[in-house]
Ligand binder design. Structure first.
Ligand code: AMP
Ligand code: GLY
Length: 427
């Protein structure tokens, strides 16, 4: 098969890596890819929003299957565009991707079908939002309705901070149109968990759960990022809680989407908070997580191509999907200044030495090749993954490898997966 992967981050590097292992794959392309992906696939200089060019490339190269990584093209209807040309593509159509593209759509859907989520109100009028907010307790959560590169959410611990976030979204338009509508919602207290699932209509095949670390600094301090590190499994979280989330949140949501005439086909990603009243939904994404994918796919034993084909052919319910018992930890190496503005083009050293370590995988997120040298080209630069027999072993491998890599201004969290080890020590 000739496969085209769309995207160019760490998630797409992990997807390309998993597809490359399949005996069914003869040619692998990635648009636009990055310097790490280029070692496994042919990178094509087409951006993810250039649907016409991507379709033309697929026709010219007789592509048999397209796999979409990021959220933006899905929200803009890339799947519909390829389907109109009869090119097989894995991902939700535009009307199903709205579960991520509009927080209000998602919240209203969950409310209608009584699926657990935080209590909320939505607003299009700034004055109304402002006066509602002033009557609430803190902490409270303010969210821009639309996509905002993972940064449209403020968890405000003071009323002042909450009002500022609201004004930034609705008046100062820091997220553009994404802030025309906002959600003000109840603060949920607990541990977060990400469950991704292969979904085709009402068929839900969950992947192994993972935990992300969104704030930029150790101890969950500082502003939110796209994700600074992940690990799987979650040894400190009882299986009953994971099963409850699958049965009472993910499966009913897939079913609700079918009832709404928006059947979801692709990867549905539930961001969940484990509260004292059970798991509640924080968000749904219409794609694989970044950097969740970098730890989940290394544990997948079944051929990813077989899973995707089963989903496209309505046979997902019949496939046996196997996962390894190993643990994986991913540490994100970020550019100086990230998640605010950051420089690009800084030389990266130590990549080969790190990759040569046992149980280590390096997934490139924001890198480019320049004069035969790999340089930084994004905020999140690399995902350094350790795979081992348990969380502790995988974590040690990831950090050992991270220490060998250098670029000016590099920073990363030193406490990825520590919650699991501390949680185990307590129980
Ligand atoms: P999102 O972009 O929806 O994933 O939100 C970003 C982060 O904000 C989440 O990963 C949570 O850490 C936090 N968050 C969002 N909604 C809530 C909530 N209702 N209660 C507590 N934390 C939240
Ligand atoms: N890691 C969170 C996300 O992909 O949205």
């Amino acid at each position: 098969m000739r496969i085209l992967v769309i995207g160019g981050g760490g998630r797409e590097h992990a997807i390309v890596w998993a597809l490359k292992k399949s005996e069914k794959v003869s040619e692998l392309y990635c648009a636009p890819g990055n310097a790490g992906i280029a070692q496994l696939a042919e990178c094509v200089p087409i951006q993810v929003g250039q649907f016409e060019e991507l379709i033309q490339f697929s026709v010219d190269h007789a592509i048999d299957l397209v796999v979409v990584g990021p959220d933006d093209p899905l929200a803009d209807g890339i799947v519909d565009a390829f389907e109109a040309k009869q090119i097989p593509i894995f991902g939700p159509r535009k009307n199903a991707a709205e579960i991520e593209g509009s927080k209000i759509f998602m919240k209203d859907l969950l409310k209608k079908y009584a699926i657990p989520t935080a209590k909320y109100e939505t607003f299009t009028d700034y004055e109304a939002a402002k006066s509602y907010l002033s009557a609430q307790q803190t902490p409270i959560v303010i969210k821009a309705d639309g996509l905002a590169a993972g940064k449209g959410v403020t968890v405000a611990y003071s009323m002042e901070e909450a009002q500022q976030a609201l004004a930034d979204m609705m008046v100062n338009k820091v997220f553009g149109q994404s802030g025309d509508q906002v959600v003000i919602e109840e603060f949920l207290e607990g541990q977060e968990m990400s469950i991704l699932a292969f979904v085709d209509g009402e068929t839900v095949r969950p992947m192994v759960p993972a935990q992300d670390h969104k704030p930029v600094f150790d101890g969950d301090k500082g502003p939110n990022t796209g994700g600074m590190g992940t690990y799987t499994p979650l040894p400190h979280i009882p299986q009953a809680i994971i099963d409850d989330a699958i049965e009472n949140i993910i499966k009913p949501t897939a079913k609700a989407m079918v009832s709404e005439g928006r059947p979801f086909r692709g990867v549905l990603f539930a961001g969940l908070m484990i509260t004292k009243d059970g798991a509640k939904t924080i968000e749904f994404n219409a794609r694989m997580g970044d950097p969740e994918t970098q730890v989940v796919l290394p544990r997948l034993k079944t051929d990813l191509v077989d899973i995707i084909l089963a989903a496209l052919n309505g046979r997902l319910d019949q496939l046996d999907i196997e996962w390894s018992d190993e643990a994986a930890t991913c540490v994100i190496l970020a550019s100086e200044g990230y998640p605010a503005s950051y420089p690009k083009g800084r030389a990266i050293s130590g990549l080969e030495e790190a990759a040569a370590l046992e149980g280590v995988l390096i997934f490139h997120a924001g890198t480019a090749a320049s004069d035969g040298q790999i340089v930084t080209n994004g905020g999140r630069v690399l995902g350094v993954v350790g795979v081992g027999k348990d969380t502790e072993a995988s974590r040690e491998r990831a950090y050992e490898a991270a220490k060998k890599i250098h670029f000016d201004g590099v920073h990363y969290r030193s406490d990825i997966a520590l919650k699991a080890l501390q949680g185990l020590a307590q129980s």
